[in-house]
Design a protein around this ligand. Structure first.
Ligand SMILES: CC(C)(COP(=O)(O)OP(=O)(O)OC[C@H]1O[C@@H](n2cnc3c(N)ncnc32)[C@H](O)[C@@H]1OP(=O)(O)O)[C@@H](O)C(=O)NCCC(=O)NCCS
Length: 147
């Protein structure tokens, strides 16, 4: 398939983008609210990539770069929120997005990239060179946005 991957822009913030993210988890944001969230993400240095097929958004992935003290002040990349629109899964788009975000982390000087996934998605990331490493731990705060 003919896929272009580039950075998300304000103009991409449409129902279509939110629908793409919804294949990962409920979004519950209006397009206007998403635009405000996007500004906060930009200020926080979070990069959002989109995959386009004939100018239509078909997938997204995000990259955060963490500046550490350890590893001689090294940087670690964190890939988050990988989602392919439900009508376009299993066409290689998710792989292109993760490979792109991984390469951006390498170019930014990271010594590693980390991500979390459920066990059934291990084969997807393994094909891209990732290996299962440690166990993700989580604590939920009830009654807050996002819970
Ligand atoms: C998981 C997801 C990102 C994969 O993207 P995709 O574009 O569908 O995957 P690709 O076509 O690039 O898959 C490449 C290979 O990875 C493996 N793979 C893909 N999805 C898989 C899944 N759900 N379970 C197991 N293996 C999977 C397959 O081996 C696949 O090759 P094949 O189709 O030739 O068998 C996508 O299905 C998605 O958005 N799912 C819902 C949200 C989600 O789970 N996001 C990831 C959170 S960690």
């Amino acid at each position: 398939v003919d896929i272009v991957i580039r950075e998300l822009t304000g103009q991409d913030l449409t129902e279509r983008f939110l629908e793409t993210l919804a294949s990962l988890s409920e979004v519950n944001l209006s397009v206007t609210e998403a635009a405000e969230v996007f500004q906060r993400r930009l200020r926080a240095g979070i990069r959002t990539f989109v995959a386009l097929h004939h100018d239509e958004i078909v997938g997204t992935a995000s990259l955060l770069i963490e500046q550490k003290f350890i590893h001689h002040g090294g940087k670690s990349g964190h890939i988050e929120d990988v989602a392919v629109h439900h009508d376009h899964q299993r066409q290689g788009i998710g792989s292109l997005l993760v490979a792109h975000a991984t390469e951006e982390a390498r170019k930014a000087g990271c010594y590693k990239v980390m991500l979390n996934c459920f066990d059934d998605r291990i084969p997807f990331y393994a094909k891209l060179g990732y290996r299962a490493h440690d166990r993700g731990m989580r604590l939920d705060f009830s009654g807050t946005a996002g819970s």
